[in-house]
Design a protein around this ligand. Structure first.
Ligand SMILES: *Cc1c(COP(=O)(O)O)cnc(C)c1O
Length: 357
């Protein structure tokens, strides 16, 4: 048996083991997640009047931050002797779970809302061989059904972020940010959907401080999409709507963690419109060379909005870009199109270049 992949020292479990729940070596399931770049965003920094860095989580193995939590959740599911896992998903959790389950030789059920999955994500869980359950309902219904299903099934692990192992793994991104900057940022801006990730970052920053590795924690700014902003409105939303499908969630499972993070850090949870989200996504791609999916741009959209209203943060700010732009090609293609083809002649090509120079 080739055990080199199992014993490789890549991945967040090896990098931050002393901060994570105990996992036996033989159960570790990793695809080398984590250690994503922190990219300085000079052009957008000028616009917001603060020094902005982008934590580009789109560069994880399945192209979203979900992999950080999934390595821990799947490894524990293996250690506990499970034979299958299940998750509800707007797309990225299913993409991640199906990849890690494939590696762990575990069956993977993904419960997804019909017609609401971004193309790149669906392609991923199809490729990894997930057992796909499409329901005529939204993410919130999918999560309830998944939670209910495992109550009645033996040997099946729920790998949504209500599983505390997911939060444990995801908090490692906060450690990386602190290590890379040499100290925590003054402010963290992050998209909020089911609210597991903001909860995880806050836990990470708090534990880093408790461990004596820093003497401060950042102000936490969470941003929801206007059409699905239950934490801003103060009540659940029956039918959440937004172009940012990864945060189209009306009843966040980790609401308390998010509210606590905002309150204890002196931060807040606010909302941004779909137009503001798409504008930020476009700025990131065209001015910084960083292509993220719509939901991932919510943090930067929020920073731009606060700056416009003269209430933006100063100092060092980190915005978490949660997933890669290739996840959702349709959103781009609905806004911009390839130009009409021209003849393959020098004259035609030169003419084109001159006309747009
Ligand atoms: C899951 C996800 C989110 C939302 O994270 P929560 O933990 O649900 O708040 C945001 N962006 C992307 C790309 C995601 O995959």
């Amino acid at each position: 048996m080739n055990t080199s992949a199992q014993t490789s020292k890549h991945g967040v479990i090896h990098r931050y083991r002393r901060f994570l729940p105990e996992i036996p070596d033989s159960a570790i399931t990793t695809i080398g997640e984590g250690s994503t770049p922190l990219i300085e965003a000079k052009a957008i920094s000028e616009r917001i009047g603060a020094r902005l860095f982008l934590k580009f989580e789109g560069l994880n193995p399945t192209a979203s931050f979900k992999d950080r939590g999934m390595t821990v959740a799947m490894s524990r599911a293996v250690a506990d002797g499970n034979v299958a896992c299940v998750c509800a998903s707007t797309g990225n959790t299913a993409a991640s779970a199906s990849a890690y389950a494939a590696r762990a030789k575990m069956k993977c059920f993904v419960v997804v809302p019909v017609g609401k999955i971004a193309l790149g994500k669906a392609v991923q869980f199809l490729a990894h061989g997930a057992d796909i359950i499409q329901i005529e309902g939204n993410f919130d219904a999918a999560l309830k059904l998944s939670q209910k299903a495992i109550e009645n099934l033996e040997g099946v692990a729920l790998v949504n972020s209500v599983n505390p192992d997911r939060i444990e793994g995801q908090k490692t991104a906060a450690f990386e940010v602190c290590e890379e900057l040499g100290k925590p940022p003054d402010t963290l801006a992050i998209p909020v959907g089911n609210a597991g990730n903001i909860t995880a970052y806050w836990k990470g920053f708090s534990e880093w401080k408790e461990a004596g590795r820093s003497d401060a924690v950042p102000k936490m700014l969470g941003f929801q999409a206007e059409g699905s902003a239950p934490l801003v409105l103060g009540h659940d939303i029956e039918e959440p709507e937004t172009v940012a499908s990864a945060i189209r969630i009306g009843a966040p499972a980790s609401r308390e963690g998010a509210m606590e993070a905002a309150k204890e850090s002196g931060g807040k949870i606010e909302s941004v419109s779909d137009d503001e989200i798409l504008e930020a996504q476009s700025l990131l791609a065209s001015m910084e060379g960083v292509f993220c999916e719509p939901a991932s741009a919510a943090g930067v959209a929020g920073l731009l909005k606060l700056a416009r209203e003269n209430r933006g943060p100063s100092g060092t700010v980190v915005a978490v870009l949660t997933g890669h732009g290739l996840k959702d090609p349709d959103t781009i293609l609905s806004r911009v199109k390839l130009p009409e083809p021209i003849p393959a002649t020098f004259e035609a090509v030169a003419g084109r270049m001159e006309s747009s120079a």
